[in-house]
Design a binder for this molecule. Sequence first.
Ligand code: CO8
Length: 268
Amino acid sequence: MFSANNYETILFDINNGVGTITVNREKKLNALNSQVLKEIKDLLETIHAQDKSFSLKGLILTGAGEKAFIAGADISEMNGMTTDEAQAFGKLGQDVSLLFEKLHIPVIAAVNGFALGGGCEMAMSCDFIYATESAVFGQPEVKLGLIPGYGGTQRLARLVGRNRAKEIIYSGRNVKAEEALTLGLAVKLFPTKEAMMEGVEDTFSKILRNSPLAVGASKKVMNMGNDLTVEQGLGCELQQFAEIFSSDDMKEGTAAFMEKRAPEFTGK
Ligand code: CO8
């Protein structure tokens, strides 16, 4: 159903129900030009539109090679843009970041090497970040006379706290993997890319044992809660809780517990 045949700058493959998007511009450290963003957007929109029955159960975002996850938006492309073109380019990246958040399946960013500017921003729009010990995060846009444009001013502040985010964004400094872990920007570190991909696979094997409907509903409510008061968030939680209560998955999960067997969820 989902094919990467039409794409030139990204790879897409599916293993055990989990799709991997690999940004594939290794010589340019996987920098995000318009083509990369359009191709990711097209793929995510296809998944959104066609896959409500969870044939795809999860997604991984990573970068080709060992050196970079994504070294940012493509500076050479931005250098020649008019203001209108730059605004459209910013909107395109923001649309992609929102699609990652709105997908009904979990998305893990597997960060190998540099995740700078737009790279850090794309990683933050995933559900959580695993990284190699050599990963380097940062929002260096101010060094280029720019500001973060794919959500860095908003998502970094929500993830690590506003004042820490200000210190990182104003200075444009690198945040090494260990610090990213301490800040909660990355949730787990691995010695090599290979070990990280095994770690991602292992986590997905745990997630995939659970009801995809319940995992998707948890994602939806938690992301909604970012912009709400606790009371409003509790309202959303209660509504989702009630909706999911009438699902086949809920009946199956509770019955399996009572019958002391493993549940067989259908996502319905
Ligand atoms: N854009 C375009 N090309 C890049 C980028 C990039 N972000 N990063 C690396 N490259 C290219 C280099 O130009 C080089 O190409 P070439 O071989 O043709 O000269 C190749 O990748 C390899 O890079 P380096 O030779 O520089 O590799 P080093 O190991 O010496 O350095 C670094 C690695 C430190 C990562 C360095 O490449 C670097 O500083 N890159 C830029 C990092 C950066 O500033 N990122 C933020 C960009 S701005 C941004 O992301 C804004 C997002 C919001 C946009 C909103 C639009 C309105």
